[in-house]
Structure formats: C-alpha cells, structure tokens
Design a protein around this ligand. Sequence first.
Ligand code: GLA
Length: 335
Amino acid sequence: MITEIGEEIPSLKEKYAHFFDIGAAVNLKTIESQQEVLEKHFNSITAENDMKPAEVQPIEGQFTFEKADHLVSFAKKNGLKMRGHTLVWHNQTPEWFFQNSNGSPAAREQLLLRMKEHIEAVMHRYKGQIYGWDVVNEAVADEGPDLYRKTKWLEIIGEDYIEKAFEYAHLADPDALLFYNDYNESVPEKREKVYQLVKSLVDKGTPIHGIGLQAHWNLTNPSLADIRTAIERYASLGLQLQLTELDISVFQHDDRRTDLTEPTSAMLEQQAERYEQLFQLIREYREVISAVTFWGAADDYTWLNDFPVKGRKNWPFLFDQNHHTKDSFWRVARF
Ligand code: GLA
C-alpha cells in the first residue's frame, strides 16, 4: 500500500524486527475486522478477554476454551506469537474459586488446589503455542502503605499466593516465560511497590522471568522521565520487560468531556509527539524489552471507548478507525 505522497507503508513488525515484538490484544471480532492490519504490522497477539479465568472456567471443572482456541489457531495460521493473559487476578474471576458450595469461604488449601488445577488446565492446553503468561495480574495496592492489593486471594491464602502461582505455572509449563503484570507501573509510589514485590520473588528463587508494564497511558502521564526510571528500576532485577497493554488515551484521567466525535488536531499532534518520544526511549532499551503489545490495534475498537466515561470514544492507537496510518504511526515507524 502506498500513501498519498507515494511512500510505501512499512510494516511495523519488520521495522522493529531487531528491537522487540509488536503485539496487539485481540478478540473474535477484531481478528476478522482488523485482520489486514494485524497481519501486516503485528507479530504477536494477546487475548483481550478470552483467556481470563471467568471465560475459561466459569463453573468449577467446566472449561470453555472455544474462543481461546479460535484465537490460538488464528495466531498459528498467521505465524504470530501469542502471550497468555491471565491466570491469577482479582477481577473477571468467578466467585466459586473463593467459596464452598454452602457459601462459606474456601479454605487456604482448597483455594491453592483450585489455583493449581486452573493453571495446569489452561497452560497444558496451550503448551508450545503460548510462549509466556501473565501469571499474576495487578496484585499491588495503588495507594497507601499496603504493598498488596486486598483481594480474596490474599485474604484466604496469604501473601504467598503470588509465589505459589508462579511455582504452579512453572511446573505446568517449564518452557513458558512467566510475568508479573500491573498498571500505574511507572507512578513512583507504585513502582517501588512492584519493585519490592518482584524483588522478594526473585530473592526467594521464585520462577519469574519478566515484568509486564501495562502502559495504559495518556498524552502527558506518566512523564517520560518516570517511564525511564521504571524501566531502569525493573531491569535492575535482571528480568526481561514488556509493555503489555499499551494505549495512549487522548483524554486526561479526570477529563469527563463527551462532546467529541473525532479527536481534535491538537490531540493528534500531541499523540504523535508522545508516541515518537516514547518509542525513541524504548528503542534505547531493546536489550531488556522483548515485546511491546498494544491493547488493541486500530481506533475503531478500544476498551477505552467506554472507560472511564461511558459512551465516549477514544483514539489511542497508531491506526485510525479505517485502519489508515495516523501521524503517530509515522513517528514510530520512521527512525
Ligand atoms: C487490565 C487488564 C486487562 C484489561 C484491561 C482493560 O489492564 O489486565 O486484561 O481488562 O484492564 O481492558
């Protein structure tokens, strides 16, 4: 495909072949509606929702892998790598994990067994097809003195639920790369907690290979300096890093405006500038960053369309609603 000025559109994954994988989160609809853009520019996918506990084991012992299987065969057919997301999380996880049939809370040993069986079932199914997993997602408290987010996992099992999850995952598939994944990962206060948590895992000899920086960012936050510090700090643990859910919202976190039907030109300019600076920065860290996965592929579909403001559209990616390249794309692709 050629642009208006006659320049051929480079493939992002080819441009970045010597840097890191370029990934996208997908679902059953987008692997069809965005097929062309996915095939040309991306060499890795993540299931946006279809491998979460609520999707694959909605009822104890009843596994529903159809959607996940479909995504895995899409990856196979197109020669894409696939990341697994996610095994242990406080969200999108059915209540039965934490309860007995009479409604009383599960005991520690029982919940550990359920965790182990869940991890085994899911990882065995996709062994050799999924190269790495977000084993534990979002276990750190955003604010306040607590290190651990208050969850049923923590309440019932205790702090060692995290290392147990990694141990079970390593047993289930010793070849899989195992990640701890979190958001607000570049905010200094939370960064230090994530660092502390992962350091304690590494010090105990827990099988963990990487940290996923979710990277749900906007036009100004977090600052490039904070992103750099986070990368350096996490990399000092000797683990590989990935940006796992990158999107650059055109709205500030507390901006509630709902009047826009398309992004303003100022937003698009700022976004292009931001993407350019960001990729310049992460290219410097190619030795430690193994993949950059966007939480979507093009602006026609993003979870941000309804979050945090219901019904409001957002335009966070490098490709527009019609899958055409935005300025943001060119600023990432030309270097
Ligand atoms: C978190 C999760 C993702 C997804 C996003 C919102 O970042 O890790 O799986 O749910 O929230 O789409």
